[in-house]
Design a binder for this molecule. Structure first.
Ligand SMILES: Cc1ncc(COP(=O)(O)O)c(C=O)c1O
Length: 374
């Protein structure tokens, strides 16, 4: 997360204005952030909320998933599935494709039942699966609503279409680690004005309007404050610059690690432009991830970022009993991948140092006895 001195001054001026005027929530900074976000994605509506998690729950409540199934990839963040449960739905985990880390037409087709209301596509690490339009068409044929969890995908696209513009609605997160942050916060993006109206009601305690005290939905305190909106609006302005830096680092990794024994970066699929929220690589099956990470840190002072995700949700204790079936691809990828460091002010020299460190570490790390190389 990078805020230049100019950014910080701009945020402070906006915060000062909020404090001077007393407009501290759902005011003009929030409106400006929503408008800028919608414009950036080529969609008419954006609704700012308190987090990516609340964005997901509001969307799920707005389309009415209570009592219905919602298909979710098992290799996602806790909140994607938890929001379904909080909205009264039933989580149906599905497996992924190894080359996109996302649901595929085949896994969605297999997971949809007559009880399915929605499918949530998650753009892991900023990758947008080329199968997304086909999944959208499949959902339409089967009478199911496609949603996107775009928490990782600010600025990613597929064939020029922004991540977040494929489903009925998308949920973004502005948690501090994200490519765009507001400190805490989230955004609902949609082309559906009815869904936008529902989202406005849900985010403010289910009230029919800002000044209307009738509570017509079981909403919650899901508003974004003006202070957070100021941070998000300023940070959004720097998105293109951040993308350029991240893409340059990714090129250094891609070129430097080509042919690296034991670690294979996941190539960005044809047509996709990733924001490189994460730079993901898969280790050979006979290597110990903990050992590779520990050697990189101890011997080279290179700390890898968190996995996406080390433990798939069907194995998380809180979801025990909710998962039916097997998820071999997700199990395998979750166990074997690593995420190389990448951030929005990383230099080419730093990326080159990581490449050299990874190569040296891979050369020193010996395969575990009795393990097949995958
Ligand atoms: C895939 C995914 N979905 C949802 C969320 C939830 O976002 P937040 O932390 O803003 O509630 C996150 C982020 O942390 C995420 O990575």
């Amino acid at each position: 997360m990078v805020f230049s001195e100019e950014d910080r001054r701009a945020v402070l001026a906006m915060v000062d204005e909020s404090l001077r005027t007393g407009s501290l929530t759902l005011g003009r900074h929030t409106k400006a952030f929503e408008e800028a976000f919608a414009r950036r994605h080529g969609l008419p509506h954006a609704v700012a909320v308190s987090s990516g998690t609340s964005a997901l729950e509001i969307v799920l409540r707005s389309i009415g998933v209570a009592g219905h199934e919602v298909v979710v990839p098992t290799n996602t963040f806790f909140a994607t599935a938890a929001a379904v449960v909080h909205a009264g739905g039933v989580v149906r985990f599905a497996d992924i494709a190894a080359d996109t880390l996302a649901l595929s037409v085949a896994t969605v087709d297999a997971a949809i039942t007559p009880a399915t209301a929605a499918v949530v596509m998650v753009h892991i690490g900023g990758l947008v699966s080329p199968e997304t339009p086909a999944i959208q068409a499949l959902c339409e044929r089967r009478g199911v609503i496609l949603l996107e969890d775009a928490a990782h995908a600010h600025g990613s696209s597929l064939d020029g279409r922004a991540a977040g513009s494929f489903g009925r609605a998308a949920a973004f997160s502005f948690y501090p680690t994200k490519v765009v942050t507001s400190g805490e916060g989230g955004m609902i993006l949609t082309g559906d004005s009815g869904l936008r109206d529902e989202a406005l009601i849900y985010r403010d305690q289910g009230k029919a309007g800002f000044l209307n005290g009738d509570h017509v939905r079981l909403g919650y305190a899901w508003r974004m404050s003006e202070l957070h909106a100021a941070v998000g609006l300023v940070h959004l302005r720097g998105l293109d610059e951040a993308l350029a830096v991240r893409r340059r680092v990714a090129e250094v990794y891609r070129d430097g690690l080509a042919g690296c024994e034991g670690m294979s970066p996941i190539p960005v699929p044809e047509g996709c432009r990733s924001n490189y929220y994460k730079y993901i690589a898969v280790l050979a099956g006979d290597l110990d991830r903990a050992e590779v990470k520990s050697r990189l840190e101890q011997e080279c002072r290179v700390r890898l970022s968190g996995e996406v995700y080390a433990l798939p949700l069907h194995r998380q204790p809180v979801f025990a009993g909710m998962a039916e079936g097997e998820f071999p691809v997700a199990d395998d990828i979750c166990a074997r991948h690593v995420c190389l460091p990448i951030y929005s002010n990383m230099t080419v020299d730093e990326a080159s140092y990581v490449v050299g460190s990874v190569k040296a570490t891979m050369a020193r790390t010996t395969p575990r006895a009795g393990q097949a190389r995958a």
